[in-house]
Ligand binder design. Structure first.
Ligand code: AMP
Length: 622
């Protein structure tokens, strides 16, 4: 497919037609100083005249016919993809643009005043000029909507946070997810099996913790000002500094905005430059301020890498990208050496030789025996937007929202190994069949165990049969707080780096070292079901449910496909209680994660955040 990708900045416009698969460019338009006395426009490097103060619409309407003329003979555009900075909490994936979506982008203009309004100008112009083409919005914030609430929440009064939508959203999501996929391809693995830290180091800088393909932390917050040191932005500062500056310097909001966004970062510390190339040159010439800028920049990033490794319980790959990440061997050296404690062994020689191009977008800078791989990857946000737009168009045609899925509420439960059962119930004890479960071959046993946490004990937690190769205890968030433990949201069976817990049976006790999880809400289906629904194993989908007179949407539902399964969605008791589900309730697919629709916003009175939890098996009575 040929996709037109439009990226509007406050006074600039970048528009490209590209092949969504290869990323090859058909035509590139750049406009700068729009709305100013001397605007500039180039199309594939050739300059074109613009009237004084010409804006985005004028630049776009002048360029479009020339761009379309460059398409190969007989080829047409399939869609227009727009980069949009802020999608707020509601939008977790690329969306097809309609008037409702425009309203959401407008709504979040207050949180991204420099970007969203101008993104809308581009969208409106393109919709007018190309009314018959699907238009897709790809949001910088969307990838980070999977962050758990603990990572999204600032410790400020809740009422204020709710009133002003104060929470962490994260940015650069398109780039983080693109390079994570590139890196996974390079490693010959699926991004959903890996824990990665991606470092986007360009004019703006951010770092993300990506666990099994989902963003779980990122350094930018409510605005792109939090986190790493950037060209002119401060990144993290003690909020007390702002109060002090207001009092001591008499600065108001605009004054602070200027200091923190435009006069800080590399520029602020070095006093002369915001470009890392200049900083490096001055540092080499013994400019102590430039040296300090590099020290602070790399120290801050190392601090985040350590923190994110701790959050994910380890890291399989650290990826550097964007202008500084791809080009500065010095910065990579300072950040990535002495990370042996994480299993990352830096290869200085490889670091110096990094050279990326279209055919080789990833280079490795760790030694052969490095358990955690250090990679450099070429980001390409325009290509990512083209890919996402094409995927949305294709999948919207495919996903069926007509078919229904039975919903089952499942309770806390335990899977045990042969060895565990021997200890807990006595040598050779066999589980007693109590009740079949909906998934073929699974059953609830008569046997129960006590689960002992640091705070309290859950009595009578049922064992499910048959026995399994690994012990696993699945609880809800409410159980988690009752026990006093912190269990990660995981797919069943994915228990690496999960905490342990103590199990007590009539004959003995076991201290598990791992296996305690809150299960990711999921749908079991057969390969035939997956075909009918237009999804595949491990896709994330949204499921709409109508129950007790309300429309609900469960976001971030994991699809699990096996010929052993029977079609059913599993939610846990917390969710079941909150949803007041009627017996026999069914759901339907809203979209895959790559194809979110606004069903949630349009119809929901209630939606469930992506980090709430499910349990693995249905039909169990607590
Ligand atoms: P981006 O926003 O990804 O275009 O990155 C732009 C930034 O990358 C520039 O401001 C430079 O600081 C940095 N950069 C580009 N090339 C180099 C290089 N060879 N060495 C150090 N920094 C570089």
């Amino acid at each position: 497919m040929y996709i037109l990708v439009i990226n509007c900045g406050s006074s600039s416009l970048k528009a490209e037609i590209l092949d969504h698969r290869t990323g090859d460019r058909v035509c590139t338009v750049k406009a700068e100083r729009l709305g100013e006395p001397e605007p500039r426009l180039t199309i594939d490097g050739e300059a074109f005249a613009l009237d004084t103060k010409a804006g985005h619409e004028v630049a776009l309407s002048l360029s479009l016919p020339k761009m379309l003329a460059k398409l190969p003979a007989g080829q047409t555009l399939s869609a227009v993809g727009h980069r949009v900075v802020h999608g707020g909490e509601t939008i977790s994936a690329p969306v097809r643009i309609d008037d409702d979506i425009e309203a959401v982008i407008e709504e979040f203009s207050s949180l991204a005043p420099l970007h969203n309004p101008v993104n809308l100008v581009g969208i409106r112009a393109a919709r007018q000029l190309l009314p018959n083409l699907p238009q897709v919005a790809v949001f910088d914030t969307a990838f980070h909507t999977t962050m758990p609430r603990r990572a999204k929440t600032y410790a400020v009064p809740r009422a204020l946070a709710e009133k002003h939508k104060i929470r962490r959203y994260g940015f650069h999501g398109t780039s983080h997810s693109y390079v994570a996929r590139l890196a996974a391809d390079y490693l010959g693995d699926d991004v959903r099996n890996l824990r990665m830290i991606t470092c986007h180091l360009g004019n703006g800088c951010s770092v993300a913790a990506i666990e099994h393909g989902r963003s779980v932390e990122t350094s930018m917050g409510m605005t792109p000002l939090e986190g790493l040191v950037m060209g002119t932005r401060s990144g993290d500062v003690d909020p007390g500094v702002l109060l002090h500056l207001m009092r001591a310097e008499g600065l108001d909001a605009d004054g602070l905005d200027n200091v923190l966004n435009k006069e800080s970062g590399l520029l602020g510390i070095s006093g002369v430059h915001n470009d890392m190339r200049d900083i490096e040159e001055h540092a080499a010439a013994d400019d102590e301020h430039a040296q300090m800028a590099i020290h602070v920049f790399t120290h801050r990033l190392r601090k985040y890498i350590g923190a994110y490794a701790a959050i994910m319980g380890g890291v399989d790959a650290i990826v550097f990208t964007a202008g500084i990440g791809q080009n500065s061997a010095l910065i990579r050296h300072r950040v990535a050496q002495r990370l042996d404690f994480l299993g990352a062994r830096f290869d200085e020689d490889a670091n110096r030789k990094v050279s990326l191009d279209h055919a080789n977008p990833v280079a490795e800078i760790s030694t052969r025996h490095s358990r955690c791989r250090l990679l450099v990857a070429a980001t390409d946000e325009q290509h990512a937007i083209a890919q996402e737009s094409a995927r949305l168009i294709l999948e919207l045609d495919k996903v069926s929202s007509e078919l229904t899925i039975p919903i089952a509420v499942s309770a806390r439960h335990i899977h045990v190994t042969r060895e565990a059962l021997d200890i807990l119930y006595g040598e050779g004890h066999e589980l007693t069949f109590r009740k079949p479960l909906s998934q073929p071959g699974q059953f609830a046993a008569e046997e129960t165990l006590s689960v002992v946490g640091p705070k309290r004990t859950l009595e009578g937690v049922r064992i499910l049969g048959p026995i399994r190769p690994e012990n696993q205890v699945e609880i809800s968030r409410t159980d988690e707080f009752f026990l006093g433990v912190d269990a990660p949201v995981r797919a069943s069976g994915d228990i690496e780096n999960s905490p342990g817990v103590t199990l007590i049976g009539p004959k003995g006790k076991i201290d598990l070292t791992k296996g305690l999880i809150c299960a990711w809400r999921h749908i079991h289906m057969t390969p035939e079901d997956a075909d009918r629904f237009g999804v595949k194993d491990r896709d994330n989908v949204d499921v709409s449910i109508h129950s007790s007179g309300r429309n609900l949407t469960f976001g971030d539902v994991l699809v699990r496909v096996s010929s052993q399964y029977r079609l059913e969605m599993h939610i846990d008791t917390d969710e079941g209680n909150a949803a007041e589900l009627e017996p026999g309730v069914v759901g339907s697919l809203a979209a895959t994660a790559g194809t979110a629709t606004l069903n949630r916003r349009k119809t929901s009175h209630h939606s469930f955040a992506s980090n709430s939890v499910t349990s693995d098996v249905s039909d169990i009575v607590q």
